[in-house]
Design a protein around this ligand. Structure first.
Ligand SMILES: [Zn+2]
Ligand SMILES: [Zn+2]
Length: 278
């Protein structure tokens, strides 16, 4: 893969999963991969503990292990890589996130009938949930998603908004719902407008491309354009579940962002967020 697009932009990814949640590699394997990619900053963002989905998230015990291991790696590799201990804090995480360098706030689940369903599991699961809990009207489910997401900063205290329109993951072919329908656009833009007033960074997330679900990153172009027009801050991240994907699709994402009017990108450095020209 070609990374010429970086030019003077420091290589940084803040959305990284390890084998302590649903990623493929140990934290140290990922650190070594980041060093060989000549990355400046690597942020780990394990999935916060949610008691109802142990397939994807870290258990409480794994969370302790995760914190200890990333803290150890930070020290051990301090001269070669800026390592950050982050967390992808779900809206319905069981525990508050304490002691992290930064938080990504994400909505992966919605509550229904005293339980939760995952919005990013499969197309079938979304259809099942729409039928079971929203009277067969998927637009009501979509509205529920964006109403929940609008509240993610208050709920989690996050620094970054994770995959803004994750709910469109299985709609690449447009057959699940119409992304131009006001019943989708109105709640989505309302959430965006609300979140733009907060001190948060939106991520351009290439994860669903690397896993073959989508051909463009989150957020979709109309949302990204709106963020750019309203002076929202953005960063590119890969939502990597494998050490080979740490910078997956970044060049294309920069191009995509440029086309949406994004003139500056936020990059995390040793001294905190830095804004670089895109
Ligand atoms: Zn996520
Ligand atoms: Zn993630």
């Amino acid at each position: 893969m070609e990374y010429n697009a970086f030019k003077n932009i420091p290589k940084c990814n803040l959305h990284t999963h390890t084998n302590l949640c649903d990623g493929n590699n140990t934290p140290e394997e990922i650190v070594l991969a980041a060093i060989s990619e000549k990355m400046e900053t690597l942020g780990f963002s394990g999935h916060s503990y949610v008691h109802f989905d142990l397939d994807c998230c870290m258990t409480r015990q794994q969370t302790v292990q995760y914190k200890n291991e990333i803290t150890r790696l930070k020290k051990e590799y301090a001269d070669r890589l800026n390592i950050l201990l982050g967390l992808e804090q779900d809206y319905y995480a069981d525990d508050p996130a304490v002691g992290y360098d930064y938080l990504i706030g994400s909505v992966h689940y919605l509550p229904a009938n005293g339980s939760w369903f995952a919005v990013d599991l499969s197309r079938e699961e979304l259809l099942r949930a729409a039928n079971a809990y929203y009277g067969g009207n998927i637009y009501r489910l979509l509205q529920h998603y964006y109403e929940t997401l609008a509240d993610v900063v208050e709920k989690t205290g996050c620094d970054m908004i994770g995959h803004f329109d994750l709910i469109s993951k299985f709609n690449a072919d447009g057959t699940l719902f119409d992304e131009t329908d006001p019943r989708y656009r109105v709640p989505a833009f309302e959430a965006l407008e609300y979140l733009l007033k907060k001190d948060v960074v939106f991520e351009i997330n290439t994860g669903a491309i690397s896993r073959g679900y989508c051909s463009t990153p989150y957020p979709a172009a109309p949302f990204l354009r709106f963020i750019a027009e309203h002076g929202g801050r953005v960063t590119i991240s890969s939502d990597a579940h494998d050490k080979t994907n740490l910078l997956y699709g970044f060049s294309e994402a920069m191009e995509y962002a440029r086309a949406a009017g994004v003139k500056a990108l936020c990059v995390m450095t040793k001294d905190g967020w830095k804004t670089v020209a895109n």
